[in-house]
Structure formats: structure tokens, C-alpha cells
Ligand binder design. Structure first.
Ligand code: AMP
Length: 282
């Protein structure tokens, strides 16, 4: 495994030249899109990229168009030097770090909207978010031209939205999900966990605990509605402000009343000012 700092590209033409050289040499190229502030979850995607491909490109771009006006774009953690060192240790070959003006030059006018999958869960709470995500990911896929792009199941709705956009637009890339990496106490790793106060950090693992309780109770026959009501009450009693807690079909993301096929239990909740999301397979 290479331990050096990955080659950093901020210019699209030079990135494309390198990727074209790799692909001409028959090397499989994997893209890992990120917003930086990297942690073990992101590094698991890089490790999976190394496993399935020969070249791993990680993009680092805090995409302004996927943040709402009252969200944390300006305070989102940014530490490029640390990110590059981590990517080097994880064995990434290249870091694509475009400037905002490179992604959105004056006059930029196009948006990708995925209907259906974006209507529930995070959709209503984050208007425009998935449009920003689908648009930036489509651009990243077109810029890098990877064989495969990896996304975390941590952002399950995002993964499904991207799979749908790629299928609908016939983009020549395989989209693959990677299981969520968690802290020892179950908390899903997230760049936003660093916002949590020590008290909030101590409470945060309840989120995953409630999800696994819902999996257990719905599997043993408890109705989804009852399991969710109980889970929501437990979270609110612990100090979370729950935006949604739902059991959904794993493909359509439509809420289900009983579990009789692949399903997912998903949650979004605020702990103080920090919005946390998580999900597990049922
Ligand atoms: P972000 O930088 O938050 O946009 O995340 C970049 C990619 O890393 C997305 O595909 C996320 O789903 C994925 N990711 C974030 N956290 C985790 C985690 N704890 N485990 C696995 N993948 C993750």
C-alpha cells in the first residue's frame, strides 16, 4: 500500500489526463466522493476502492448547493492537509479538490432532480438538498469518469437517489454501497459528530440503539407503527428532537406497515444544534 500524499488535482484537464492514462493501461478506476473532514467511514470507502480497483480518486468538495440557507455550510469542518494525509495512509492515488468556481462557473444553470425517492425522509426537511447532491455527483462522475463510484450506506437515501439518477441518465458507471462504519458504542461515524458537546456525544449512541431495537421488535412480530412510536418516545425522552423515524422499503423508500421484504429503518434527529442521521437493515 502506498503511504505517500496522493496527487492533488484542482484542474479538470490534468485530472482527466491522468485518469485517461490509467484507463488506457487497463487500470480500474474507483471514485470516492466526499466533503472532506475525513474519518474512518470515508477511509473504509477508500479501502474498498483499493480492493476492487487499481486506482482510487477521492474527491473533496464541500458542495454549497446541497446545504439549505440555515444549514452548516459555512461552519462545515474543513482541513485539507489532514484529509490528504489520511487519504495517503489509506492508499488513495489522487485527490480531486475543485474550487467552487470550477464546479459552478458564472452562468451555471443545470440541475438534476430525482422524483419519488426524494419525497420522503430527509427530502421535506432539506428542500433542494438531493437536487444539489444529484447534480454535484453527476458532475463528479462526468469529470472523473470512474468505472465504479462508492457511497456509504450511512446516507442510505442519498445512495438510492444516486443509483436512480445514474440508471435514468445511462451514466456508464457502477454505483456501489459500503456498510456504515461505527464507533465502538454504535454511533455512526460522521464529520458532524465533532459538533457534539461531551454530554451530547454520550447520548448520541441511543440513536443506533433505538434502530436496532426496532429491528428486533418488528422481526419478532411487533407492528411497525407500535415499534416506531416506542422508539420515537425513547429518543425524545433522551433529549433528541426527532425529524423522522420510519421503516421503509429498501428499494423504493416508501414507508411499510409490516416487514415482508428488504426494509430499512431510518432516522434523522437533532441533538442540540447537530442533526444526526442513521439507518440499519431490517
Ligand atoms: P460526506 O463527506 O459526509 O459527504 O460523505 C462522503 C461519503 O462517505 C458518502 O458516500 C457517505 O455516505 C460516506 N460515509 C460517511 N460516513 C460514513 C460512515 N460512517 N460509514 C460509511 N460511509 C460513510
Amino acid at each position: 500500500m502506498s503511504e505517500s500524499i496522493p496527487q492533488r488535482f484542482s484542474d479538470l484537464a490534468s485530472l482527466r489526463r491522468s485518469v485517461a492514462d490509467w484507463r488506457r493501461a487497463g487500470e480500474r478506476v474507483v471514485l470516492v466522493p466526499t466533503m472532506g473532514a475525513l474519518h474512518e467511514g470515508h477511509l473504509a470507502l477508500v479501502a474498498e476502492g483499493r480492493r476492487i480497483g487499481r486506482r482510487v480518486v477521492a474527491s473533496i468538495f464541500v458542495n454549497p448547493t446541497q446545504f439549505g440557507p440555515n444549514e452548516d455550510f459555512s461552519r462545515y469542518p474543513r482541513d485539507l492537509a489532514a484529509d490528504l494525509a489520511l487519504l495517503g495512509r489509506a492508499g488513495a492515488d489522487a485527490a480531486w479538490t475543485p474550487a467552487v468556481e470550477t464546479m459552478y462557473p458564472p452562468g451555471f444553470s443545470t440541475r438534476i432532480d430525482v422524483a419519488g425517492l426524494t419525497e420522503g425522509l430527509c427530502g421535506p426537511f432539506r428542500p433542494g438538498h438531493f437536487s444539489g447532491v444529484a447534480t454535484v455527483v453527476t458532475k463528479l462522475l462526468n469529470q472523473v469518469g470512474p468505472d465504479t463510484a462508492l457511497f456509504g450506506e450511512k446516507d442510505f437515501q442519498q445512495l438510492r437517489v444516486i443509483q436512480q439518477a445514474v440508471a435514468d441518465l445511462d451514466l456508464p458507471v457502477e454505483i456501489q454501497g459500503v456498510p456504515t462504519v461505527r464507533e465502538a458504542d454504535g454511533l455512526a461515524m460522521s464529520s458532524r459528530n465533532r459538533y457534539l458537546s461531551p454530554e451530547e456525544r454520550a447520548l448520541a449512541p441511543r440513536l443506533h440503539a433505538v434502530l436496532t431495537e426496532i429491528v428486533a421488535t418488528t422481526r419478532s412480530g411487533t407492528l411497525v407503527a407500535a415499534a416506531i412510536a416506542e422508539g420515537r418516545a425513547a429518543l425524545e425522552a433522551a433529549g433528541f428532537q426527532v425529524q423522522y423515524l420510519a421503516v421503509c422499503d429498501a428499494r423504493t423508500l416508501a414507508p411499510v406497515e409490516r416487514v415482508d421484504g428488504p426494509a430499512r429503518v431510518l432516522v434523522a434527529a437533532f441533538l442540540g444544534r447537530t442533526r444526526l442521521i442513521d439507518n440499519v437493515a431490517v
